[in-house]
Every structure is written in structure tokens, then in C-alpha cells.
Design a protein around this ligand. Structure first.
Ligand SMILES: [Zn+2]
Length: 403
């Protein structure tokens, strides 16, 4: 009996190790109505035009390895440096159908020492066309701008929590261990080279994300890292520190239709849909109050739309892919410029992403004054077996094939 148990434990050990941090459960603390309203209306103010503020800097052609791309990188860098985030540039050269191109992924992390990360991402390059001039407002200027809005809104909350923990008053609620929540930080990645130069293939596409996933998969964590101390083998890499990679693409046009593609993250998708429902019910979004953006039908069992998440998905990182399908009708056309964007849609996306991200990280706007426990929302535990959903037919598409 003892031996059988021991054998069972020995057999199970590699499995437990293999599941590792990438498959860890976590609590999602949906914000209370008051917290939601506070987070949704935090500064900065809502955008006043589809081409002002950050978008004015992003609505330009920004093909990889061009002066315009360098300018956009400098702008993103200035925004995040001002916010006090850690900057990491992943710069490399790669052969493309157009010859050798230099790419630069930009990685911003609020707390670079945190052992775990919620990663929000979008690609900042625009597609190359021989005649030039393609902007790609939905592809992906608008998603990049939304990521900036989330960072700007939540930085003060992240800072306040960090200061509280540093001051030795981390735990402010019986139900909420702030120090535990603060173990996960927010990281924002702007991928370069998502677009194919000629025809979309496995090698002519997602240059930046392929490089970064490879790099992080080969970068082992130092012996002092929390994950190394928690388990013996296989030795964790930087990829293991990613709770989930959320990828935004082709957003900003009216009436998006977003589907959940991965069982592993379906519970997060449902929390996004719930955040949107609550924002609409509270009248905190102005656009398409009756429009359901998040599909009730579960998408593809193992397919989805090819994009920057692919290299991470193939290495076992949980993925949440927020892309509209069918694609916007301006997709890869010159018409994908500011006129394709809808201000109310952009504002709604900003609020959804603020509220969901705050919930995921256990942040609330009233934390500072009243303590984390004040008005704490009902915690929903990540359920590995999501509620039954109707599966739609299995299909695989890529960014070049209109689904
Ligand atoms: Zn594209």
C-alpha cells in the first residue's frame, strides 16, 4: 500500500511539474458595481476623437525597420517611461521576402521583479504595401492605444498597492491577500513584424512574437525566483511567468464579434463578457448598448485565427485572443484609417479592458483610501470545467484569409 502510494506519487510528480505555473488556478475578483464605476472613470479622461491623443501618434504607416516605425517606438517609450514602467527592447534582424529587416518588440512591465505576469499585447507594425500609405487603424493602432489607456488608468492603483506592501500594510481584507494578488504584475507587449511582407505563411508572419517566444523559452529563471524554489523540474523559463497572454487585434470598428477560442481561458473570456454586460447595464458605455460583442458560442476546439499568439500557444502559454471575426470590412485596405474607427466603440473597449484587468489583478479604485476590503467584489474562482457551451463548426483561418 505504501509502495503503491509512493509509486503513484512518483508517477504523478512529473505531471504536477509539467502542469507547473502555466496551468495554475487563480481567483478572479470581479469588481463590485461601485468599484467598476470608479475604475471605468479613472483618469485619463475618455478620448475626445478617434485621431487625437495617443491615436494621433499611432495612426501613421509604421512598417518594420522604417523611420516612421522608429518614431512610433520612441513615442511608446516616452509614454511608458513617464509612467515609470520598466522597458525592455527585443531587437533582432531576420530575413524576410524583402531582405533582411530589423524588428523591435517593446516590452513594458510595471513591476519587473514580480514572479508572475498578466500580459496584454498587440502588434504596432503596419502592413507593407508597395505603394505605401497603409495605416491599419484597426490593425492595430487602436488596440495599441487601448493598451496605453489601461496602463495609464491602472498605474496609480498598482503604485498605491506597491507602496502599501512596502510600508508593511499589505493585507487589508479577510478575503483578499493583497500580497498574493501583487505577485502578478501587468506587462504590456507591443509586437513588431506581425504582418506578412508577401503572403501569410508560418515564416512570413509574426516575426516579433516568434522571436520573443523562442527567447523566453530558452531563458531560465534564476535560482532565486519563486517558481524555481517551488518546483524542481523542469526548470522554469521566463515563459512560465506568463499567466496568460491576451492579444488584441483588428479592433475599433463598429459591431465587433469576439469569440472564445480556448477552453483553458474560457473562464476569463466569460469574465470579459460579464464586465461588458455590467458596464452596459450601468450605462457606463454609450455605444451599442444592446450590442452583444462577446459570442455566447464557444469557438474552435483547437483552431482559431492565426496571429501573434501562435508562437506562445505552441509553447503552452494560455491565450486569450480578442479579435473580431469576421474581420472588419476595411481589413488590409487603404480604408483602414481613422474613418474606420468609432469613438464610442473605442471608449467601450477601453472601459472593458480597464475593468477586466483590474479584476484580474485584484485592483480596485477605492483601495487607496478605504482599503482593499472595502466593497470587495464577489470572488469567482477559475473553474477548469467551464459551463457547457455550444461549439461551432471547427475551422481554422489566418489573418490573410477572411473567416
Ligand atoms: Zn493585418
Amino acid at each position: 500500500m505504501r509502495h503503491a502510494l509512493l509509486l503513484l506519487l512518483l508517477l504523478a510528480a512529473p505531471l504536477v511539474a509539467a502542469l507547473g505555473p502555466r496551468a495554475r488556478r487563480r481567483d478572479f475578483r470581479a469588481l463590485s458595481d461601485a468599484q467598476m464605476a470608479a475604475v471605468a472613470t479613472l483618469p485619463p479622461a475618455e478620448w475626445d476623437a478617434v485621431d487625437s491623443g495617443h491615436l494621433a501618434h499611432l495612426l501613421v504607416p509604421r512598417v518594420s525597420d522604417t523611420a516612421a516605425s522608429t518614431q512610433v517606438q520612441a513615442y511608446l517609450s516616452s509614454v511608458f517611461t513617464k509612467l515609470g514602467w520598466h522597458e525592455d527592447k527585443d531587437r533582432f534582424k531576420q530575413q524576410t521576402p524583402l531582405g533582411e529587416v530589423e524588428f523591435t518588440n517593446l516590452i513594458y512591465t510595471f513591476d519587473v521583479d514580480a514572479p508572475r505576469k498578466l500580459v496584454l499585447s498587440a502588434h504596432f507594425d503596419s502592413k507593407w504595401f508597395a505603394q505605401g500609405g497603409f495605416i491599419g487603424a484597426t490593425d492595430s493602432s487602436a488596440p495599441c492605444a487601448t493598451l496605453i489607456d489601461v496602463a495609464e488608468a491602472l498605474t496609480p492603483l498598482l503604485k498605491a498597492r506597491k507602496e502599501r506592501i512596502a510600508a508593511g500594510t499589505p493585507l487589508l481584507s479577510a478575503t483578499h491577500d493583497e500580497e498574493d494578488a501583487a505577485e502578478t504584475t501587468l506587462q504590456i507587449i507591443f509586437f513588431d513584424g506581425e504582418e506578412a511582407f508577401h503572403e501569410w505563411t508560418d515564416t512570413d508572419s509574426v516575426y516579433g512574437s516568434r522571436h520573443l517566444a523562442e527567447k523566453w523559452d530558452a531563458e531560465y529563471l534564476p535560482p532565486t525566483h519563486d517558481f524555481v524554489r517551488r518546483r524542481l523540474a523542469p526548470r522554469p523559463t521566463v515563459l512560465d511567468t506568463v499567466d496568460v497572454l491576451v492579444l488584441l487585434d483588428l479592433l475599433g470598428a463598429p459591431r465587433p464579434s469576439i469569440t472564445s477560442y480556448y477552453r483553458e481561458t474560457d473562464w476569463m473570456f466569460l469574465q470579459l463578457a460579464a464586465a461588458d454586460d455590467k458596464l452596459r447595464a450601468a450605462g457606463l458605455v454609450e455605444k451599442g448598448l444592446k450590442e452583444q460583442w462577446f459570442s455566447k458560442y464557444f469557438g474552435f476546439a483547437g483552431g482559431g485565427i492565426d496571429d501573434d499568439h501562435r508562437p506562445f500557444l505552441h509553447k503552452g502559454v494560455p491565450i486569450l485572443h480578442l479579435i473580431t471575426s469576421p474581420f472588419p470590412n476595411v481589413w488590409h485596405r487603404m480604408a483602414d484609417n481613422k474613418d474606420a474607427l468609432d469613438l464610442g466603440v473605442l471608449r467601450r473597449w477601453n472601459r472593458i479592458m480597464r475593468v477586466w484587468t483590474a479584476g484580474y489583478l485584484g485592483l480596485a479604485a477605492d483601495d487607496g483610501a478605504a482599503g482593499a476590503g472595502a466593497g470587495a467584489g464577489a470572488g469567482a474562482t477559475a473553474d477548469p470545467t467551464p459551463a457547457p457551451r455550444n461549439a461551432s463548426p471547427r475551422t481554422t483561418t489566418d489573418e490573410l484569409v477572411r473567416p
